[in-house]
Every structure is written in structure tokens, then in C-alpha cells.
Design a protein around this ligand. Structure first.
Ligand code: FMN
Length: 274
């Protein structure tokens, strides 16, 4: 919380060498849960994830990733797909070409930060032959495979690569304006102040949380351990989300979406209910 999030974001590095150790499913679940908590256009949540741990399959994925053989050391690869048809259906070209990618990128960013927070290394892989990955993992034609994420315990500590300064990427009020207003410039000095404030806040929150946990522990007797039930190999069948459950498209066209696209969506919904 607080400072921790900033540290996780800052310390995350692309890791390309992993220990031969599996990723625990509780950690994997938290990563995917963090991914699906990302914001998404119209709350469409068009992301789909395939967790691959089978060594043979990972080898084939490494081949499809233009022979990035280091990927074979990863104990798990998360294959991030987008249900682009849903985006086209609701938001036309903008949905297909932009929102689907934006949504999935934010979800993937959460995976990377959550990996760091749990002591795992990760690497975003964008260079791969999509059709080969689809074939190997039986991914339907209607989905786009947008990213592969290697995850595991790091067997290297990559140094931070050169990153741009704030002054290189931030302008004031209008593009290109770098006027150094007194009290604002240089932005870096605010980072230090911000870090200090965040540190104080984080310490306070941790102290408070400990107080609450201790108070609860005092009142609640320890629970007996739950019996461990063997997990069935077959995942329980889940109901496919029905189209009718899709969120309503916005009443007004957001910037960049023409009103006739919205009209088309309305017509489609109407037809479906007839
Ligand atoms: C869209 C995208 C595609 C990438 N593709 C690859 C890839 O195919 N192989 C790879 O080793 N790293 C890949 N990376 C990782 C970048 O090389 C890495 O993020 C960058 O060098 C900065 O290093 P850092 O992640 O440690 O900050 C990709 C990153 C992004 C965001």
C-alpha cells in the first residue's frame, strides 16, 4: 500500500532468466485478479488469459516468439488475448483498433506490478507469431493474442535501463511548453517530497492495520485448519457470459465515436431481444 506500490512500479524490471521453480497458484490467481480489476472501455472486460505451465507448450511458444529461447526458462507464460469482436460490436473501429488494446495493456500492467509485489519476475513479450500461438493453444479465430507474459522467480537482477527524465516527457498547459514556473521546476524535487509524504502515510497505515489485526486476533479464537480437498483436474464448467449481460452502450457518443455507430449498436441490441 502507499509507498509499496510506488516501489513495485519503480523496481519492476523485465526478467529474462528464471529459476526452475513453479509459480504458486495463489500468486498466479492474485496476478490475474489484479489484471481483471483494471478499468475497461464501457466495462466490456474483453480480456481473456491462458495460463500455460506445460514445458512442451512453453517451448513451442518460445519458438513462436521468434525463437526467444530464454523464454523456455519461464515456469509460466500468461497469454493475454482480447475478444476484439465484442469491442467492434459496441464501439466499431475505435473499439477494435484502440479500446481493445488499451484495456488489455492496463490489465497486463497490473500483472507486471503484482508479480513484482509478490517477489516474482516477469517480462512482457510482444514479438511473436500470433497464428502459431493460436494454433498451439487452440485459441479461437475471433480473439486477438496481444501479449505473452513470462512469469517466474528471477535468476537475474537486470539493472534499470536508461529511462527518460520527467522534463523530457512533461509539458505545462500546452504541448512543447517547458517554461519553468517558479515553485514547479524542476519536477524531480517534487518526487522527493512526494516520496517522503508517501513513506509517512504508508507507515501510519501499516501501524493502524496492525492495531486492527491485533484487536481482532484478541477477540476471535483461532479457526481450525480446513480439510484439504483434492482439486479436480477438470475445471468446473462455467456459464458463458450471455450477450444480453453486456453493459449498455453509452447514451451519448464519447469523443471519437460517431453517433451512427451508437445507433447501429442500439439496433443490434433491439434485434437480439426480438
Ligand atoms: C509492447 C512491448 C513489447 C515487448 N516485447 C518484448 C519482447 O518481445 N522480448 C523481450 O525480451 N522484451 C520485450 N519487451 C520488454 C522491453 O524490452 C522492456 O520493457 C524495456 O526494455 C524496458 O525495460 P524494463 O521493462 O526493465 O523497464 C516488450 C515490452 C513492451 C511494452
Amino acid at each position: 500500500m502507499g509507498m509499496d506500490v510506488y516501489e513495485y512500479i519503480k523496481n519492476r524490471r523485465s526478467v529474462r532468466k528464471f529459476l526452475d521453480m513453479p509459480v504458486e497458484w495463489d500468486k498466479m490467481s492474485l496476478m490475474i485478479d489484479a489484471a481483471k480489476s483494471a478499468p475497461s472501455a464501457g466495462n466490456l472486460q474483453g480480456w481473456r488469459f491462458i495460463v500455460v505451465t506445460n514445458r512442451n507448450a512453453i517451448r513451442k511458444i518460445a519458438d513462436a516468439a521468434l525463437h526467444q529461447t530464454w523464454l523456455e526458462t519461464a515456469p509460466a507464460v500468461i497469454v493475454a488475448c482480447s475478444d476484439v469482436d465484442r469491442y467492434s460490436k459496441y464501439y466499431g473501429k475505435r473499439g477494435n483498433k484502440l479500446y481493445s488494446i488499451q484495456d488489455l495493456s492496463m490489465a497486463v500492467a497490473n500483472i507486471l506490478v503484482m508479480a513484482e509485489a509478490q517477489g516474482l519476475g516477469s517480462c512482457f513479450i510482444g514479438a511473436f507469431e500470433e497464428e502459431a500461438v493460436k494454433r498451439e493453444l487452440k485459441i479461437p479465430e475471433s480473439l486477438d493474442v496481444q501479449a505473452l507474459i513470462a512469469v517466474g522467480y528471477a535468476d537475474e537482477k537486470p539493472p534499470e535501463p536508461a529511462k527518460l527524465h520527467l522534463r523530457d516527457v512533461v509539458f505545462f498547459e500546452t504541448y512543447g511548453n517547458r517554461v519553468r514556473r517558479q515553485g514547479i521546476w524542476p519536477l524531480e524535487k517534487h518526487i522527493d517530497k512526494g516520496r517522503e509524504a508517501l513513506e509517512v502515510f504508508t507507515t501510519k497505515v501499516k501501524e493502524k492495520s496492525k492495531e486492527v489485526v491485533d484487536a481482532v486476533k484478541e477477540k476471535v479464537p483461532e479457526q481450525p485448519k480446513e480439510e484439504v480437498v483434492e482439486e479436480s483436474k477438470e475445471a468446473p464448467k462455467q456459464e458463458e457470459p450471455k450477450d444480453q449481460e453486456l453493459p449498455e452502450p453509452p447514451k451519448q457518443a464519447p469523443a471519437g465515436i460517431s453517433s451512427d455507430v451508437l445507433e447501429q449498436i442500439k439496433q443490434m441490441k433491439k434485434k437480439r431481444t426480438e
